[in-house]
Ligand binder design. Structure first.
Ligand SMILES: NC(=O)c1ccc[n+]([C@@H]2O[C@H](COP(=O)([O-])OP(=O)(O)OC[C@H]3O[C@@H](n4cnc5c(N)ncnc54)[C@H](OP(=O)(O)O)[C@@H]3O)[C@@H](O)[C@H]2O)c1
Length: 492
């Protein structure tokens, strides 16, 4: 039975709470998964009476819940919820909250969800500690912080020093919602619940690994955040590096949180450092220009509201990395992410080496296509295996076919990554949350690239919105025959 707790959301009026946290909690309510006594305290700066707040939450849910609201569920949800007003710069806000939480109607176990601008994470945790709200004599206390965890290795270390004065590592839940996606977890299941892949999962059989996360959306209203961040920090250092660790890690001793994270850290530690002289050979950045997405004209990044017209912030980033261990040495891992690309797609595409000798002619082409294994995370949730077969007819010719296995059928309920992560949080399962050393090692990998790009402020290549990256990006490939794998189906 899940223990009851009080969940306190700081930043309850923000974008993340509206789009993700409140809807996820409501969906858990509908599925009867929240502990009956659990209370939710929503903290914000704006003045709201309790009834105003509940009306606001109702509106948010009408807009973001997956299905039309049901009266019983919304009533139960509303009964758990209380609004607490206060500016976090004012110590009285924390004193008032401590008084509220000490009321016996609020379960003593507490989760503080810090959905606030990153600059205030440390101050909020310090203020909670000062009021004794993190003290664990009678019950547990957990604190969730959202990505970004710093903007380079040094700032991540500084943030950690500040948090570490008030929190133990096992109380700190660093959330990367990508880790909550079912298909990301399926990477683990595909690898460790199926023996057939294991003998092939190494440098003897695998030629290259590509990890892709592209979107068609532009920067939208997030220019303020994005201008100082860029694609490398926003996506690649976090989500894609996590995916790479799952693909490359050794089987853990168990699925226990620390065993799993130990293996991920070993991968990140083993990544060959990129020397600053090698940055141009191993990293590529670009920015989207004006173009068309799904037939509709869209502006260049530089024309988006809030973007500096001379900005060289990258909206596309690609890296070639090597995991220098016994299993992977010499196999290139290509990681790439971009906004305003031709398609929105997240996948891990693994290409195998050629057989040592070719006995059969292939139709139309000189070089037979390699076997590919594609783990598609979005938009399809599927596994695809490409193999050569004999073409029907008298001639002994081969062609490539794809075996597609979608994971989701119509009867499977949709869930959002935040639902699973919130349940893990309440249950104290840290396996899908990042440990500090994972964060620090991931920054160590990208820091040299950030350093070189920071000095090159005069020029950034562009590509038309709605198209794939420029061919210039091929310079990061290790072998002449390597090309970006854009889609589930092979390119014509
Ligand atoms: N949005 C996403 O999809 C997303 C995804 C991944 C990670 N994150 C991370 O999640 C965190 C929250 O993001 P967000 O998009 O929700 O940001 P947001 O829309 O800007 O919301 C920030 C929240 O913090 C509150 N706040 C700011 N300063 C405050 C202060 N001094 N006292 C009290 N409240 C204060 C704001 O209250 P007011 O309403 O009063 O201004 C608002 O509720 C950020 O760290 C972000 O990096 C967000």
């Amino acid at each position: 039975m899940t223990e009851s707790c009080t969940l306190i959301i700081f930043g309850a009026t923000g974008n993340l709470a509206q789009r993700k946290l409140l809807p996820a909690l409501y969906h858990l309510e509908r599925a009867d998964l929240l502990p009956p006594e659990m209370r939710i305290v929503c903290s914000g700066r704006k003045a709201h009476s309790q009834s105003d707040w509940l009306a606001y939450v109702q509106q948010v849910l009408e807009q973001h819940a997956r299905e039309p609201l049901s009266g019983d569920d919304t009533d139960r949800f509303a009964a758990r919820m209380v609004y607490h007003q206060g500016d976090l710069a004012d110590p009285a806000t924390f004193a008032g909250m401590a008084t509220l939480l000490n009321d016996s109607n609020y379960p003593a176990n507490r989760v503080f969800y810090v959905s606030l601008p990153p600059a205030v994470y440390g101050d909020v945790v310090e203020a909670l500690d000062r009021q004794g709200m993190l003290e664990e004599s009678d019950a547990w206390r957990r604190v969730v912080i959202e990505k970004p965890f710093g903007c380079d290795r040094e700032s991540a270390q500084n943030l950690q020093r500040k948090l570490g004065r008030h929190l133990r590592e096992d109380q700190t839940y660093r959330i990367d919602h990508y880790m909550g996606k079912a298909m990301v977890q399926n990477v683990l299941v595909s690898r460790f619940a199926n023996l057939m892949f294991e003998p092939l999962w190494n440098r003897n059989y695998i030629d290259q690994v590509q990890i892709t996360r592209t979107e068609q959306l532009g920067v939208g209203s997030r220019a303020g955040f994005y201008e100082g961040t860029g694609a490398l920090r926003d996506m690649l250092q976090s989500h894609l590096m996590q995916l790479m660790a799952l693909v490359a890690m050794e089987p853990p001793v168990s699925m226990d949180a620390d065993e799993l994270r130990d293996e991920k850290v070993k991968v990140l530690k083993t990544v060959r450092p990129i020397h600053h002289d090698a940055v141009h050979a191993q990293a590529y950045r670009a920015q989207y220009g004006a173009g068309r997405v799904d037939g509709e004209a869209v502006p260049a990044y530089l024309e988006e509201p809030g973007v500096d017209p001379h900005s060289v912030t990258e909206t596309y980033a690609a890296l070639r990395l090597y995991v220098d261990n016994w299993r992977w040495r010499g196999v290139p891992f290509y990681l790439r992410t971009g906004k305003r690309m031709a398609e929105a797609r997240t996948m891990v595409a693994i290409s195998f080496k050629q057989p040592p000798k070719h006995f059969f002619r292939t139709a139309h082409i000189e070089r037979p296509p390699p076997n590919w294994l594609i783990m598609s995370i979005a938009p399809e949730e599927s596994l695809r295996l490409e193999i050569s077969v004999k073409e029907p007819g008298l001639a002994m010719k081969t062609r490539q076919i794809g075996l597609d296995a979608p994971f989701r059928c119509e009867h499977h309920a949709q869930t959002d990554a935040y639902e699973g992560l919130l349940m893990d949080l309440i249950e104290g399962d840290r396996s899908l949350f990042l440990r500090y050393d994972e964060v620090e090692w991931a920054w160590r990998i990208v820091d040299p690239v950030l350093g070189v790009w920071a000095t090159e402020r005069d020029f950034i290549p562009t590509h038309p919105a709605g198209q794939w990256e420029p061919e210039e990006s091929y310079r990061i490939f290790d072998k002449a025959h390597h090309r970006w794998r854009h889609r589930l189906d092979p390119e014509p």
